[in-house]
Design a protein around this ligand. Structure first.
Ligand SMILES: Cc1cc2nc3c(=O)[nH]c(=O)nc-3n(C[C@H](O)[C@H](O)[C@H](O)COP(=O)(O)OP(=O)(O)OC[C@H]3O[C@@H](n4cnc5c(N)ncnc54)[C@H](O)[C@@H]3O)c2cc1C
Length: 474
């Protein structure tokens, strides 16, 4: 590398861009590499989809509220920046599925809706006896033929039948991807299920063999294990701490990147919406795929992204006095089957799942609206969304009172849909990008995993790619 300071620009100040900037900053200090880091964010705050609000003693997450404990990169980053003492696991409890106007307990042992224990599965009324017998066909059905990608719906319907898919698997998956199970790629979302089928033929047998036996309590009952973690101070506190740690980087907020071009110096030129240009030797685009598509539009690159759907959702947080919710809510919340006549798609009983976020004597219900094929509700006015959600809650849980307050947050085109062929499409796009714009990388929720830990992995990998590129390839 020449002695001239190399310029790295990171576009997008969500968790992916922040993780990339932090990694680059740390690594270049460690290796003594001389680089100049600029992080550009189009809005006036960092965090992207992470956004915590503190109100009347509540900690309200407008976007993500937690992350999967088993994916380690988020807790590792939290520890690295000194927030480990704020990590808290979710309180465990019964989760429900709303079907035919009734909340049904999720059968014990179900993993992503896939039954793994006979007794609780046989006693659930979410699936008819015919549906249960159909699911048992999984033990004898052959493996999927060939290694081509397929839709999650195709895979699960073939193995376990339609009823389990519609009443158990789809509501849960839709809670994660807000998507259409018959379009979402198996290989890009749950490759482990394909792998299990290939290795064990039966999906149920494969899961049973590879899942550790549950721990027992003193009375011989299965211990429920918490799967999620969050920060007592809200996820935004990780964003704020990363921003503080990036004191030596330049952070521009309220500046949008409009397009990219080759600069005469051999580097790249980014056009900003304030009319100015910024030069960069290497760039990480940590923005959603539709934003990346717009930036590369004039270069005729990333055009395939325009056909990749992204679903709009809204979160609706409602605070009540405890006695306003008359039905006893003993559990963590529910997801809604598509075979139900409701607008909300899920509801977390936040005061039970995350008790530290809710003051004594209060209840916080955090609902979702909007999913693939059913997004129009997200465009309604706040009071209309509030009225629809309250009407649903009243029917489901007899919530008749008006909330003390409601926070509606719209997330437009926010849930990227990894449709069948996602991996291959992305590989092709990346190859094309590297041949025209070497040293330019894509990372974030639209690409190699939607969860917060996946985004951190991607940000850090992109940072390593940038360093490799600057040190070895130029
Ligand atoms: C409602 C909701 C709930 C979720 N819940 C969870 C959860 O509980 N757990 C979990 O693990 N995951 C959850 N997710 C997914 C997770 O939040 C996201 O995948 C992740 O936050 C994406 O981070 P990112 O940095 O890749 O993208 P983003 O957070 O979208 O950040 C991208 C940033 O780029 C900026 N930007 C865009 N275009 C430009 C441009 N041209 N120039 C400059 N800046 C630009 C944007 O303003 C934005 O700040 C949820 C997502 C949503 C929407």
């Amino acid at each position: 590398m020449s002695s001239l300071k190399k310029k790295v620009v990171i576009v997008g100040g969500g968790i992916t861009g922040l993780a990339a900037a932090y990694k680059l900053d740390k690594e270049y200090k460690r290796k003594g590499t001389d680089i100049d880091i600029t992080l550009i964010e189009s809005s006036h705050r960092l965090g992207g989809k992470i956004h915590t609000v503190h109100k009347d003693g509540f900690v309200v997450e407008k976007g993500p509220d937690s992350f999967l404990e088993r994916k380690k990169s988020m807790s590792r980053l939290i520890q690295e920046v000194g927030l480990a003492d704020r990590l808290v696991p979710n309180s465990t409890g019964q989760a429900f599925i709303l079907m035919n106007d009734k909340l049904h307990p999720m059968p014990g042992g179900a993993i992503m809706g896939i039954p793994t224990q006979i007794k609780p599965f046989m006693s659930t009324d979410l699936v008819s006896m015919t549906g249960k017998l159909r699911a048992a066909a999984d033990f004898v059905l052959p493996r999927s033929k060939g290694a081509d990608d397929q839709a999650l719906g195709t895979f699960f319907r073939r193995r376990l039948g339609n009823e389990i898919v519609e009443n158990l698997i789809e509501p849960l998956l839709s809670g994660i991807y807000a998507g259409d199970i018959d379009q979402i790629s198996l290989k890009s979302t749950f490759p482990q299920f394909y792998q299990l089928e290939q290795e064990h033929r039966s999906l149920i047998a494969g899961i049973k063999k590879t899942t550790p036996a549950p721990q027992m309590d003193r009375n011989g009952n299965k211990k429920k294990k918490s799967m999620f973690l969050t920060l007592t101070s809200g996820l935004q506190s990780l964003v704020d701490t990363l921003e503080e740690k990036l004191a030596e980087a330049t952070i521009l907020k309220g500046v949008k990147i409009e397009s990219i071009d080759h600069a005469s110096s051999g580097a790249y030129s980014l056009k900003m919406n304030n009319g100015e240009f910024l030069e960069a030797d290497s760039i990480i685009f940590a923005v959603p795929h539709l934003a990346a598509h717009a930036i590369f539009y004039k270069k005729n690159l990333l055009s395939q992204f325009k056909d990749v759907p992204a679903t709009s959702v809204a979160t609706v947080a409602m605070a009540f006095p405890k006695d306003a919710v008359t039905q006893v809510l003993d559990g963590t919340g529910f997801v809604v089957s598509r075979n139900s006549d409701y607008t909300i798609t899920a509801c977390t009983w936040t005061h039970n799942k995350w008790p530290h976020t809710v003051p004594e004597g209060k209840v916080l219900l955090r609902c979702y609206v909007g999913r693939a094929g059913d997004e129009a509700v997200v465009d309604l006015a706040d009071d209309q969304i509030e009225a629809i959600v309250l009407d649903d809650l009243n029917k489901i849980m007899k919530v008749e009172a008006k909330p003390d307050w409601t926070i509606v947050t719209r997330w437009i085109d926010s849930m990227p849909q990894y449709t069948v062929g996602h991996k291959e499409r992305l590989n092709n796009i990346r190859k094309e990008l590297q041949s025209t714009f070497p040293g330019v990388y894509l990372a974030g929720g639209s690409y190699d995993g939607i969860g917060l830990p996946d985004c951190i992995d991607q940000g850090e990998k992109a940072a390593n790619d940038v360093l490799d590129y600057l040190i070895h390839d130029r």
